[in-house]
Write a protein that binds this ligand. Structure first.
Ligand SMILES: Nc1ncnc2c1ncn2[C@@H]1O[C@H](COP(=O)(O)OP(=O)(O)O)[C@@H](O)[C@H]1O
Ligand SMILES: [Mg+2]
Length: 210
């Protein structure tokens, strides 16, 4: 299908991540803007987004596709918006913290803006992941089965590990640029599967087996 298939066959996740991150980083500002607009058009059509009342999304860095065009539309629909925050004293786990116009923000150790620690520390500003309807999750790579490759920290896999068990669980929507698709990705036992991947050009749902 395309040249990166060779990386996944060799299982070289580090090299594959580097290549996929390069692809999105070299997109022009114009390409980024168009991709963000196309992505948000598709997201607005998605039933899982249209019925959601509590959504988590992310602020893009390093060429990630930008889902923030959704924010005014979500606010108009009275949807509560949350952002992932690096959880203190806990390895590679996330909190989901309310994102209002007035939420005080800081840059975390990855240079990503997030609600500040004092705000995030207050219980009433957080939502447990199981109580969110929908999470919009950034991807480094995806394949035609909607498998996800992240930044390599396992942040979402750890924070969503509870989804292996019965109980309330959010819909997971991975978003990425079309150029981040590869033929097949290696799936690890700890990877939490996505319900759908949306890019600027397509919507992919995994084919359920069994
Ligand atoms: N639920 C979990 N508990 C503990 N460690 C985990 C969990 N999920 C993932 N990890 C660890 O996180 C690391 C990165 O996971 P990986 O799936 O490769 O990254 P990403 O999902 O960011 O692409 C792995 O070494 C894995 O052992
Ligand atoms: Mg993973």
């Amino acid at each position: 299908m395309n040249d990166t298939a060779v990386f996944s066959i060799s299982g070289d996740k580090v090299a594959l991540r580097r290549e996929l991150r390069r692809r999105r980083r070299i997109l022009s500002l114009d390409q980024q803007k168009q991709a963000a607009a196309a992505l948000c058009q598709r997201l607005k059509q998605l039933p899982e987004i249209r019925r959601a009342k509590r959504i988590s999304l992310y602020l893009p860095v390093n060429g990630e596709i930008d889902p923030t065009h959704l924010i005014p539309w979500l606010r108009q629909r009275k949807v509560s918006i949350y952002l992932p925050v690096l959880r203190p004293f806990s390895t590679n786990r996330l909190w989901f913290v309310a994102y209002h116009e007035s939420t005080p923000m800081v840059k975390n150790r990855f240079g990503i803006a997030e609600p500040c620690s004092r705000f995030a520390a207050e219980r009433r500003n957080r939502m447990p992941a199981w109580a969110l309807d929908t999470l919009i999750v950034p991807l480094v790579g995806f394949d035609k089965q909607a498998n996800r490759m992240g930044m390599g920290g396992g942040f979402y896999d750890r924070s969503l590990a509870f989804m292996r068990y019965q109980g309330p669980a959010p819909t997971l929507i991975g978003v990425a640029h079309a150029c981040q698709q590869v033929a097949t990705l290696p799936v690890e036992p700890w990877d939490i599967p996505l319900d759908v991947v949306v890019s600027d050009t397509m919507v992919i749902r995994p084919i359920k087996t069994g």
